[in-house]
Design a binder for this molecule. Structure first.
Ligand SMILES: NC(=O)c1ccc[n+]([C@@H]2O[C@H](COP(=O)([O-])OP(=O)(O)OC[C@H]3O[C@@H](n4cnc5c(N)ncnc54)[C@H](OP(=O)(O)O)[C@@H]3O)[C@@H](O)[C@H]2O)c1
Length: 687
């Protein structure tokens, strides 16, 4: 049986010994802590020389991987000197530590699907965790290093690798701030301030990287407030450390040391084990050997959920805007002013607010998919009403949307959605997606899906059309705004479900091109295009209106047939409450809003609890799925994407919210009433 001895400068209270098998060989592993006594460690090293097959040295402060060479080598030099006096191979585990850090992060990023994308990561020691820093910077540039505070008592953070390098070389201007050690330790206000800003930084971070060495010292002053809901990356997370993190509400612990054995052991023990199993000398072990062992032995990184349940919280942002100047009155200050000043004041406010920089309207929390994934985010508002956005060039809105994207990125959002009119202006999100530093989606795929989902539900409940699986509906449907982003995809999907589709737009050439391309996909449908819907309205069973007419009259409801189902997707609505009231025998629904899974908390967006617009739901579905990509932009929405987001939504527990109209939710009783009135009107018309 081979003997592995680990001599650690750490506490002797956690000593252990056990037998194990590795790569078909038997090992006896023992750990001896020297409670920080270097002399004792040296003595033991000589004592175990030739007795053990390989000796590991543990709880050594690893040399920094950056900074002046004389400093980085100092530590290693001492150890090498000691090691050279003895015959048995000695290792500190530094090689495995480096390899496993990098491998662990890449593995998790891949396996958990973009886990680190744009995460806000706080390194308590960037210099100590430089390799993690470098790998992490490939996935996010939201990096904060607390080295100046914790090493030198300087009340400042470093926010880039470039600055960390300068700091390590003593060249960063931050070092001009160095207070004397005596001052930083003893002057209470400075120390308290440092503790305060460090706590704040921890609260803001999504991920905190804690060195294994001096782990307890780094975290001794933390509580639930700083660590609750966080992911902690560290190496060699012994059970007592996990228990400590659990008490403070940590969600996930990522241990970068691979878990090869039943027991959690430090990298020096693992590296000693590998050296011994391969029968190599210490300097004959290369990174490639270690990587091969890691992959052939399937040593997945150790991911611990202290609460016992897997947890992942993804982050999104979504841009909203006031729908009209009346909506601006929802702001208490404006409401107060408009009550005492003439209405012209509100016009002025509408114009001025359009120029305001974006601001956070609401934090969104508590969204939980049945898969276990969670999402949280921010609703960011830009000030322009649709009227103001249309009154300016598209660049005016792009500028504000890009400001919002920068804000979202800083806050750690991994994807941003564009609400209602913000994607109607200009090229429907294309320019913004090109220029923004986080992925953008307009949410139009799910808006189209939601509109048709709601229409299908309404048609089924009205019961005038026969809907059979796998067969086309014998009925006529019309889409207003057919050439638009949402309208065109509605046409594509309705063409698959209905025998006849009427497409209404203002531009015949665009309509004909759309007709051509739909017929290529779906030849067995009758398509009619028109710029004047009025003469066909009386024949339609289902109408979808999705124009960006911003409240202009596009549809004469008095002309539609009794029992018709109209889905009004437009925001502002194409049909005013006054119009709708004219036809109680027609079911007018306000497109398909989506009910979120979990128990979402957010400020009111004018919809019932848990219910959001489909475009916001698309952003949330993508966040839950970890699909941080430009999903829907531009006016050519692919119907495959509509289908994909619909399926993804079902997977994450999205439901079609109760269908509603201008007067709120339609109950079965309300629908029965519309149906009764429709039948009556039909009879009257026939008779
Ligand atoms: N309910 C939701 O969750 C949700 C989500 C996203 C968007 N929306 C709303 O849905 C609507 C459509 O959005 P979109 O992204 O598809 O916009 P879009 O790509 O700009 O398309 C708008 C369509 O409306 C037509 N149009 C514009 N002004 C018109 C007018 N005065 N009369 C008749 N037709 C007019 C346009 O015709 P031309 O081709 O001739 O210009 C175009 O076909 C907007 O009101 C938007 O706010 C709702």
């Amino acid at each position: 049986m081979k003997q592995i001895v680990s001599i650690s400068l750490g506490s002797s209270e956690t000593d252990y010994e056990f037998k194990t098998e590795f790569l078909g060989q038997n090992f006896f592993i023992r750990r001896f802590g020297t409670d920080g006594d270097l002399e004792k460690a040296a003595e033991m090293l000589l004592q175990w020389d030739k007795e053990a097959d390989v000796i590991g040295l543990g709880n050594i402060k690893f040399p920094y991987a950056l900074g002046p060479k004389y400093l980085t080598r100092k530590h290693e030099g001492k150890l090498a000197k000691l090691g050279s006096q003895i015959k048995t191979p000695v290792t500190t585990g530094s090689e495995l530590r480096d390899v496993s850090f990098e491998w662990c992060l890449r593995f998790i990023q891949y396996k958990f699907g973009n886990y680190f994308n744009n995460a806000r990561v706080l390194f308590l020691s960037g210099m100590n965790n430089y390799r993690i820093t470098k790998v992490m910077s490939e996935f996010t540039d939201n990096l904060t290093f607390a080295d100046p505070i914790l090493e030198n008592g300087i009340a400042k953070f470093i926010n880039s690798i470039k600055d960390l390098k300068l700091y390590a070389q003593g060249a960063h201007e931050i070092l001009q701030w160095v207070p004397s050690k005596r001052l930083s330790k003893s002057v209470v206000p400075l120390k308290a301030w440092n503790e305060y800003i460090l706590k704040k930084a921890m609260q803001k971070a999504n991920i905190i990287v804690v060195p294994s060495y001096n782990f307890n010292d780094y975290l001794e002053k933390t509580s639930l407030e700083e660590l609750g809901g966080k992911t902690i990356i560290t190496s060699t997370a012994y059970e007592d450390r996990i228990a400590f993190l659990k008490e403070r509400g940590v969600d996930v612990v990522i241990d970068t040391t691979p878990k090869i054995l039943e027991r959690v052991v430090a990298p020096n023990v693992l590296e000693a084990l590998i050296i011994s199993a391969l029968g190599r000398k210490r300097d004959q072990i290369r990174k490639d050997d270690l990587l091969e062992i890691i992959s052939t032995q399937k040593m997945d990184p150790r991911v611990v959920y202290p609460s016992g349940n897997p947890k992942r919280v993804n982050r999104f942002a979504f841009v909203i805007h006031p729908l009209s100047k009346e909506h601006l009155k929802k702001d208490k200050a404006i409401d107060f002013m408009t009550n005492i000043t003439p209405p012209a004041f509100l016009d002025a406010v509408e114009k001025v607010i359009a120029y305001a920089p974006p601001w956070v309207y609401s934090r969104v929390t508590g969204i939980k998919s049945p898969t276990g994934a969670e999402a949280e985010g921010w609703l960011i508002t830009v000030g322009g009403t649709p009227k103001q956005m249309l009154a300016h060039r598209p660049e005016f809105t792009y500028k504000r949307l890009l400001q919002a994207a920068r804000m979202a990125k800083r806050m750690g959002a991994q994807i941003m959605g564009l609400g209602a009119f913000t994607k109607v202006v200009g090229d429907a999100g294309v320019t913004v997606a090109k220029k923004a530093e986080i992925p953008i989606t307009t949410g139009n795929s799910y808006s189209a899906s939601g509109a048709l989902w709601a229409a299908a539900d309404a048609v089924r409940r009205m019961g005038f059309l026969k809907v059979e699986k796998g067969r086309k509906i014998v009925g006529k449907t019309m889409v207003l705004g057919a050439t638009g982003a949402i309208g065109s995809v509605c046409c594509r999907l309705l063409a698959k479900a209905f025998k006849e589709v009427y497409m209404v737009g203002r531009n015949t050439a665009k309509l004909l091109a759309l007709k051509e391309s739909i017929l290529e996909e779906t030849p067995n449908v009758k398509i009619k295009v028109t710029t004047r819907p009025d003469k066909f309205l009386a024949d339609m069973d289902v109408i979808v209106t999705a124009t960006s007419g911003a409240g202009k009259k596009v549809l004469d409801i008095t002309k539609v047939k009794p029992g018709c189902v109209i889905t009004d997707v437009a925001r502002p609505l194409d049909l005013s409450p006054k119009d709708v009231a004219k036809r109680p025998d027609v079911l007018v629904i306000e497109s398909g809003e989506i009910e979120l899974p979990g128990n979402p908390e957010l400020k009111s967006i004018g919809l019932p609890h848990k219910v959001v617009y489909a475009c916001l739901a698309e952003t949330i579905v993508l966040a839950l799925e970890g699909r941080y990509e430009i999903f829907t932009v531009g006016r050519d929405i692919e119907w495959e994407k509509v289908r994909e987001i619909y399926k993804m939504g079902l997977k994450h527990g999205m439901k079609l919210a109760a269908i509603s109209g201008v007067n709120g939710i339609f109950t079965d009783k309300d629908i029965a009433k519309v149906k009764r009135l429709a039948l009556k009107a039909m009879k009257k018309k026939a008779g």
